[in-house]
Design a binder for this molecule. Sequence first.
Ligand code: C2E
Ligand code: CA
Ligand code: CA
Ligand code: CA
Length: 279
Amino acid sequence: AKDLGKNNYQFYEPNMKDRISQRLALEHSIRRGLEQGEFVIYYQPLLDLSTGKIVGIEALIRWNHPRKGLISPAEFIPVAEETGLIIPLGEWILRSACKRNKVWQDNGYPPMRMAVNLSARQFQQQKLVKKVARILEETGLDPRWLELEITESIAMKDVEFTSKMLFELQKMGITIAIDDFGTGYSSLSYLKRLPIDILKIDRSFIRDIISDPDDASIVKTIIILAHNLKMKVTAEGVETQEQLNYLRQQGCDEIQGYLFSKPLPGEEIEALLSSSSLY
Ligand code: C2E
Ligand code: CA
Ligand code: CA
Ligand code: CA
């Protein structure tokens, strides 16, 4: 082995060095991107299966990079999360999404919920409730038109803390959704301890519901479970009419997916807001 000198950084191998400098570069450019206004929110409709109407919109972040073009959240959210940049970024997303929803309402579009994803680090902030309250006040959005989504794994990290936070948010009138439900390898006991309004069934269960009887039973069972616990169910990633029919037959409440619309920039989604419907 090479002599690594007195600091003896024996794990400091070249590929790790590359990774670290790559990460630093990414961190730097996320920070710059935030300052330069390179982040954009795309919007994807949530549809009520009984009426076929849009009842919500999920805000999904993209990075419009000056050289690389549109970058997916999977590529920068984890680094933003590790470096803490998710705090200013997440706050910008929440504020922009609330503002946009208020503008739509003021312009006469039918009112709908704006669903915003919260990352682990954002959710762990002691000040989160205050920050959310301030953003609602600033933007003038009624809390009933805001939905906050946290993943099952975030919710499970510290159920006591989660419960305290969610109760406060729900008391304000905000809708609480558990995202990616079924993927968190967790016990189900947390469901009765948390004030959850909506379970969002992860796309991985929806994908094969038509061809895989096991997935079909899982989805069917989640819907029954949720309804017994007085929660609603949203199915993510609905791409085909067959999937839609199955979900409707099982009493699923809402769907989201490419079948109706991909996430779109604000100006494009507006065209769908007033008239568009599933049926
Ligand atoms: P998610 O919260 O589970 O969001 C749903 C993802 O599924 C979105 O991917 C959406 O574009 C995609 N999707 C929706 N319908 C379909 C479909 O029919 N087929 C397929 N194949 N995909 C569909 P996206 O926008 O790439 O976001 C990926 C993840 O990044 C999100 O998963 C969420 O975990 C994270 N993310 C996105 N925006 C934000 C944000 O503003 N804040 C935080 N903390 N995370 C975000
Ligand atoms: Ca989500
Ligand atoms: Ca999800
Ligand atoms: Ca998902």
